[in-house]
Design a protein around this ligand. Structure first.
Ligand SMILES: [Zn+2]
Ligand SMILES: [Zn+2]
Length: 829
C-alpha cells in the first residue's frame, strides 16, 4: 500500500485515539502472563483548568509507560483525580461565590462533588486527546468510597500502631482558609515589612526590642537575651513591663537569642514563630492568644478587640508613638511563611488537632527514601534534606468540610477514642452510630463524632494502597510488590513533579513504611515545571487562546506537543516556546516523507526471505542497534530526552541523509545493480524504518502507528505498533567491521558534498572522476563500495589516489581525502 501524499494529523490522531479505546489496547491485564509494570499515577488536583505544566509532566511519564509496554510488560497504568479537600473547596468558593457557612455543610459538599465531576470529565477528554495510554477502567478519585475506605483504614492502622495522637498544640494556621495546615503546606515569600524599635520598661530603664509584629505585643510572655550578652546580664531573672498593655513578663537567657540581631534583646510571643514555640515549651511560659481563627483581635488585646491583625498593627504603632515608646523604625524585606494554597501569611494557633508521630522515625524515612531510585538522582537529596529539617509531627486534622472524615468518636466523659470497625468503612461518624453503645472505658453513652476532616495528603499518600486495593477483596499486593535484594517495593514507578517531593512523595513514603513496612516504589521519576511561557510571542502568531493546552494540541497536534514535552531533560524546568514545537513538526513531516519513499521501494519486500547484506546494509543495522541500545538504557532510567536524541540522530543522519542516498540506485534496481543487492537493501531499509518507528512510538504514538498500520502491521502480524515487541537486536546486528567501513564511506560522501557545495553545484551534479586519497589498507575497505559511492556522487569513475594533492578535501579524522572534477554543464542550479 502506498502512503497518502500528506499526513493529516488531526484526522489520524482522533482515529487512533478512538481505535485504541475501542480495542482496549492499554487495558491492564490484557496480557496477563506478562510481568507487571505498575505506575502510581499522580492524580491531578481538581482545583481549576488543566495547565501546560500538567501536559509536560504527564507526557513524560506516559512515554515511560509506553516503553515498558513495548518491552513486554503488563502495564498497570491507572488514572486518578485528587478531588477532596481544600483545593476543591476553594474552587467552589471561587466559581460559585459561596462559602460552606452560607449554604450548610451538606449542600456545600454536594456542590463540590458536582463541580469536580464536571472538571474531571473535561480533564479526561483532554488526556485522551493527548494519546495518554492509561486504563480508564482503573480510574479513581480520592473522594470515592474506595479511596475513603482505604484512607480511613490506613488511619485506623496507624492509630492501632500508636502513631496517632491528639493534643492541644500550637499549630500552623491559615487565617484565610480557617484551618490548621501542615509544615509541608507553607512556602517562603519575600514580603516588605518594617522593623519597629519598641521600648519595654524596667523601672526607669528602657529595654528596646526590634519587631516586625507589633500587633503581637499583647501576646508577649517573656523576653530573652543570649547568656553571653554582657549588656543584659544584670537583668536576667527580673521582670519588665509590656508597653501599652502594662503587665509584667520575665527576662530570661537562651542560646537562641542572637546578640547580633537588633538590640540583642527579643520578645517571645505566643506565637510569632517557631522559636517562640520552642521557648514556650522549654521555659514553660504562659499562653496569650490575642486573635481568633479569622485573624481578628480578641479580648486578650484590650482596646484592640475586633480589629484585623493589620489594622491592629497600625493602631498599636500609633499608640506606641504617642506614648513615646516607639524608638525607631526602618523598612526591611524578609522571608515570611505563607500558605501555599492561598498565599496568606500563616499564623500559629492553639487548638486540639490530630497528629501522626513522625519525628522519632526520621531515620527510617530517610533510609526508605534512599532505597528509591530517584530520577534524576539529585531529587533524592531534596527529599533527604526535607526530612532532615522536619520540625513537626504531621498535623492531619483540618477544620473544613469536603474531605475524608476521621473514622472515630470521642467519649465526652473520659476522652477515650472509639474507632469505626472495618465493616463500617467508609464512615462519616456525624451520620453513623458508633460500633458500641457506650464508652468501653467509663461507660458513658455520650460518644461525640469527630467533625474535623483529614488533610488531603492523608488520602493522596495512600495512592499505592488505592492502586493495590489494599486489604480489599482482590488485593493486588502479592501481584504488584517486588523484591530487589533486601528491599520490597509496592510498585514500580511514581511519576510526579518536583514541587511535591516534600508533600506527596514524602507522605507516601511515610505511609508505606508505617502501614506496610515497605518502600512504595522502585523508581521516582521527578519532572520539572513549565515557567512563564513566552505569551506575547506565541499569542501574536497563533491568536488568542494559544495557551490553553487544548488549543495548543488543536493547533500543533498531540504528537508535536508530546515532542515538545520530551525536548527537555527530566527534572528540568522549561518554557512553551516555538522552537521545539517546530522541530517536532519537522520530524513528523520527515518521518512521513521518508516512509513514503521507503515503502514504495519495499512493496515486494518479504522480511523473512533469505538475503545477502552488503557491508553498507550491515552498517545501517549496526548503527540502528547502537541507537536502540542507547535509547533502551535511557528509557529505563526515565531519560526520554536522551532516548529521543538517539532515535532522531539515527533517523536523520544514518537513515535519511546517508543510507537512503547511498542505496537509492540499488533500491531502484538501476542498471548495474543485481537482484540480490536490491533484496539486501530492502531488508536493511525495512528493518531500519520499522525500528525507527518503534524507537519513536513512545514519544509520537500517532504518526508512528499510522505509518506502521499502512505497511508493517500486516507483514509483522501485530495488531498495533504499541503492543509490538521492542526492537532489541543488538546481539544480532552489532558489527564493528561494518561500522568502520560505513564511516569511511560516509567520509567520502561528506567530502563530496563539501566540494559540490563550495562550487555551488547541486548535490546531484555529475562528476567525472572521484579520487579518494587514503592508505592502501583503507582503500581495500572502501573499494567494494566503489559502485555505490559513484552512484551517490553521480561520478563516472571512482579511483584510488596515493596522495592527497591540491584540490583534495580532508574529511576529519578518517584519513580519507577526496577530490572531484565537476562536470559543470547543466550541473549548475
Ligand atoms: Zn489559606
Ligand atoms: Zn469514656
Amino acid at each position: 500500500m502506498k502512503l497518502p501524499k500528506r499526513y493529516d494529523p488531526k484526522a489520524a490522531e482522533a482515529k487512533w485515539q478512538r481505535h485504541w479505546a475501542e480495542e482496549g489496547l492499554y487495558r491492564f491485564d490484557r496480557f496477563p502472563d506478562r510481568p507487571i509494570y505498575s505506575i502510581d499515577t499522580p492524580p491531578p488536583t481538581v482545583s481549576g483548568a488543566i495547565h501546560i505544566g500538567h501536559v509536560f509532566s504527564y507526557v513524560q511519564a506516559e512515554i515511560v509507560a509506553r516503553f515498558w509496554r513495548m518491552r513486554g510488560h503488563n502495564v498497570y497504568y491507572p488514572f486518578g483525580f485528587d478531588d477532596n479537600g481544600l483545593p476543591s473547596e476553594r474552587l467552589v468558593e471561587k466559581e460559585k461565590g459561596v462559602k460552606a457557612t452560607d449554604v450548610g455543610r451538606a449542600r456545600f459538599v454536594e456542590m463540590c462533588l458536582e463541580l469536580t465531576k464536571a472538571y474531571e470529565e473535561e480533564f479526561k477528554i483532554f488526556w485522551q486527546s493527548l494519546g495518554i495510554s492509561c486504563d480508564w477502567d482503573e480510574d479513581y478519585s480520592t473522594i470515592d468510597p474506595l479511596s475513603q475506605r482505604i484512607s480511613q483504614r490506613s488511619f485506623i492502622d496507624l492509630y492501632e500502631k500508636g502513631r496517632v495522637y491528639r493534643k492541644e498544640a500550637p499549630t500552623l494556621w491559615c487565617p484565610e482558609c480557617h484551618t490548621a495546615i501542615a509544615q509541608a503546606e507553607i512556602e517562603d515569600a519575600e514580603h516588605g515589612s518594617v522593623f519597629y524599635d519598641v521600648a519595654f520598661r524596667i523601672g526607669d530603664r528602657d529595654l528596646v526590642i526590634s519587631t516586625t509584629r507589633p500587633e503581637l505585643i499583647p501576646a508577649c510572655v517573656g523576653m530573652f537575651a543570649h547568656p553571653d550578652d554582657e549588656r543584659y546580664r544584670d537583668l536576667i531573672g527580673q521582670r519588665a513591663t509590656v508597653p501599652l498593655f502594662g503587665y509584667d513578663v520575665p527576662i530570661m537567657e537562651d542560646d537562641k537569642a542572637d546578640p547580633e540581631k537588633g538590640t540583642g534583646l527579643v520578645m517571645c510571643c505566643t506565637f510569632g514563630d517557631t522559636t517562640d514555640i520552642a521557648w514556650w515549651q522549654e521555659h514553660g511560659l504562659d499562653t496569650r492568644i490575642v486573635f481568633d481563627a479569622d485573624g481578628r483581635m480578641n479580648e486578650s488585646a484590650p482596646g484592640y478587640e475586633d480589629l484585623s491583625l493589620k489594622d491592629a498593627r497600625g493602631r498599636i504603632v500609633e499608640d506606641l508613638e504617642s506614648a513615646g515608646l516607639l524608638k525607631g523604625q526602618r523598612p526591611i524585606t524578609h522571608a515570611v511563611n505563607v500558605h501555599e494554597r492561598c498565599g496568606t501569611e500563616v499564623e500559629f494557633s492553639v487548638a486540639a488537632q490530630w497528629f501522626i508521630r513522625i519525628l522519632d522515625i526520621k531515620e527510617e524515612i530517610i533510609e526508605a527514601g534512599s532505597k528509591v531510585n530517584w530520577c534524576p538522582d539529585f531529587m533524592g537529596v531534596r527529599f533527604r534534606n526535607w526530612v532532615e529539617n522536619l520540625k513537626w509531627d504531621w498535623c492531619v486534622s483540618r477544620q473544613r468540610y469536603y474531605g475524608v472524615p476521621f473514622p472515630l468518636w470521642v467519649c465526652a466523659g473520659c476522652g477515650e477514642v472509639v474507632l469505626a470497625t472495618d465493616e463500617q468503612l467508609p464512615v462519616d461518624p456525624a451520620t453513623t452510630s458508633p460500633p458500641v453503645d457506650e464508652c468501653p472505658k467509663c461507660g458513658s453513652v455520650d460518644l461525640t463524632p469527630e467533625h474535623d476532616i483529614m488533610d488531603t495528603w492523608m488520602t493522596s499518600s495512600c495512592t499505592p494502597f488505592i492502586n493495590l486495593k489494599w486489604r480489599e477483596p482482590g488485593d493486588r499486593l502479592g501481584r504488584f510488590a517486588k523484591v530487589d535484594g533486601e528491599t520490597e517495593y509496592l510498585m514500580d514507578l511514581r511519576p510526579q513533579a518536583h514541587d511535591i517531593i516534600r508533600t506527596w512523595a514524602y507522605y507516601t513514603i511515610v505511609k508505606s513504611v508505617l502501614n506496610e513496612g515497605k518502600v512504595p516504589w522502585r523508581t521516582a521519576m521527578i519532572s520539572g515545571h513549565v515557567l512563564h511561557p513566552d505569551r506575547a510571542k506565541l499569542s501574536k502568531s497563533k491568536g488568542p487562546g494559544a495557551h490553553s493546552p487544548a488549543a495548543t494540541v488543536e493547533q500543533r497536534s498531540a504528537d508535536v506537543v508530546r515532542y515538545w514535552a520530551s525536548s527537555t531533560r527530566l527534572g528540568t524546568d522549561t518554557m512553551l516556546v516555538e522552537e521545539p514545537l517546530d522541530a517536532g513538526h519537522k520530524l513528523v513531516v520527515k518521518l512521513w516523507n521518508a516512509s513514503k519513499f521507503a515503502i514504495m521501494r519495499l512493496e515486494d519486500c518479504d522480511p523473512n526471505a533469505p538475503r545477502e547484506l552488503s557491508i553498507i546494509d550491515r552498517w545501517l543495522l549496526a548503527r540502528f542497534a547502537r541507537a536502540e541500545a542507547r535509547a533502551r538504557s535511557c528509557f529505563e532510567e526515565c531519560e526520554y530526552h536522551a532516548a529521543l536524541e538517539a532515535a532522531e540522530s539515527f533517523f536523520w543522519r544514518d537513515l535519511c541523509d546517508n543510507y537512503i542516498e547511498i542505496a537509492k540506485k540499488r533500491l531502484y534496481g538501476d542498471e548495474g545493480y543485481d537482484e540480490p543487492g536490491r533484496r539486501g537493501a530492502q531488508h536493511a531499509l525495512y528493518q531500519a524504518l520499522l525500528g525507527t518507528l518503534k524507537l519513536l512510538a513512545p514519544i509520537m504514538p500517532h504518526v508512528t502507528e499510522e505509518i506502521h498500520s499502512l505497511f508493517f502491521a500486516e507483514r509483522e502480524a501485530v495488531e498495533s505498533l504499541h503492543v509490538s515487541a521492542w526492537p532489541d537486536r543488538a546481539q544480532e546486528w552489532a558489527d564493528a567491521e561494518a561500522e568502520e567501513v560505513g564511516e569511511l564511506a560516509l567520509a567520502v560522501v561528506e567530502g563530496m558534498r563539501k566540494i559540490k557545495s563550495t562550487a555551488k553545484a547541486s548535490v546531484a551534479a555529475p562528476v567525472g572522476t572521484l579520487s579518494i586519497a587514503c592508505d592502501a589498507d583503507v582503500w581495500k575497505k572502501i573499494e567494494p563500495l566503489a559502485q555505490e559511492l559513484s552512484g551517490v556522487s553521480n561520478a563516472k569513475r571512482v579511483e584510488h589516489a596515493e596522495e592527497a594533492g591540491p584540490g583534495f578535501v580532508d574529511t576529519d579524522a578518517t584519513g580519507v581525502a577526496v577530490s572531484a572534477d565537476l562536470i559543470t554543464e547543466g550541473g549548475e542550479e
